[in-house]
Design a protein around this ligand. Structure first.
Ligand SMILES: [Zn+2]
Length: 302
């Protein structure tokens, strides 16, 4: 049998401004810099491009988020719109979110031009148009989609959200929009309160590799029959991992790599944007290692 032609090299997007000081917090906000260092220090990635984003223009955030919400966020006013973020609020953190959004927009443009873009941040899928939730102030994926639509670079998009937590903010933002197909596969009995995506798969706690990968492949096949996207966003959260503190699934390291491969090979030729999303292993190095593994899969080293 003929071996499939390798796909395009992913282009990575990173800024040193991604790292935030959240104080003692379950979100490992130093993971961005560690992952970047690991990639640039590894000789396997020496042919890969790394690009640095500009912070998102706040006017573009308004393509998704409401004026009152953005006003509270940029004036650092901890209001009822912001206080479900479970994050501190200060200038550095808000700037890190605008940079992360700029990164997802840049990764999207690079994916449109070259096939694969990956922001070494992003995937803040719990952010709604009018309020923050679950460590997410700005919904970078929704913003990037609206920017590309506004510039007529795309008409439609598919969001494949495999973080262990449902992409509730993204689902709600695009609920009445047929141009965006939202797919979320997550642990059912876990945060957050669920919204309705175009396709939701709520997994039983303890779900293992075989069932997980079978359901994923079936879902993607169904989606492929119904929807032809101009671009795919992949939220490659590593919290379905068996040793994650905020997830109750039992996906092995090997299963996580296979998951990433299934998404990578799903629609060859359609631009693919990959985002980190969540990951809360006891040892942060393990979380970084799983994100690194996603980078290796995208680069087709695995
Ligand atoms: Zn998560």
């Amino acid at each position: 049998m003929q071996k499939n032609k390798p796909g395009p090299l992913p282009i990575f997007v990173y800024s040193s401004g991604y790292d935030m000081d959240l104080g003692p917090h379950v979100f490992p906000s130093v993971k961005f810099g560690f992952l970047y260092s690991r990639l640039v220090e590894n000789s396997k990635f020496k042919k890969h491009r790394f690009e640095e984003p500009e912070p998102l223009d706040p006017a573009l955030a308004a393509l998704v988020h409401t004026r009152p919400y953005l006003s509270d966020l940029t004036s650092l006013t901890m209001s009822s719109r912001l206080n479900r973020s479970e994050l501190p609020l200060n200038r550095e953190i808000v700037e890190a979110f605008f940079l992360a959004c700029g990164g997802t927009v840049l990764a999207s443009r690079l994916a449109m031009e070259h096939g694969r873009g990956m922001n070494l941040s992003g995937g803040f899928h719990h952010s709604y148009h009018d309020h923050a939730e679950g460590f997410c102030y700005l919904n970078d994926v929704a913003i990037a989609i609206r920017v590309l639509q506004k510039e007529r670079l795309i008409q439609n998009a598919l969001v494949i959200d495999l973080d262990v937590h449902q992409g509730n903010g993204t689902a709600r933002i695009f609920q009445k929009d047929d141009s965006i197909f939202t797919f979320s596969m997550h642990e059912q009995n876990n945060y957050p309160v669920k919204e309705v995506s175009d396709l939701d798969i709520g997994l039983e706690t303890g779900c293992r590799d075989e069932e997980y990968l079978t359901l994923l492949s079936q879902a993607l096949r169904q989606i492929g029959e119904r929807f032809k996207p101009d671009i795919i966003y992949y939220l490659a959260g590593v919290d379905p991992y068996e040793h994650d503190r905020l997830g109750g699934l039992s996906i092995t390291r090997k299963g996580m790599a296979e998951r990433d491969r299934v998404v990578r090979d799903f629609m060859p030729g359609v631009p693919l944007v990959t985002l980190l999303a969540g990951g809360y292993a006891e040892n942060t190095l393990e979380t970084i290692d799983l994100h690194f593994q996603t980078c290796e899969v995208l680069a087709e080293f695995r």
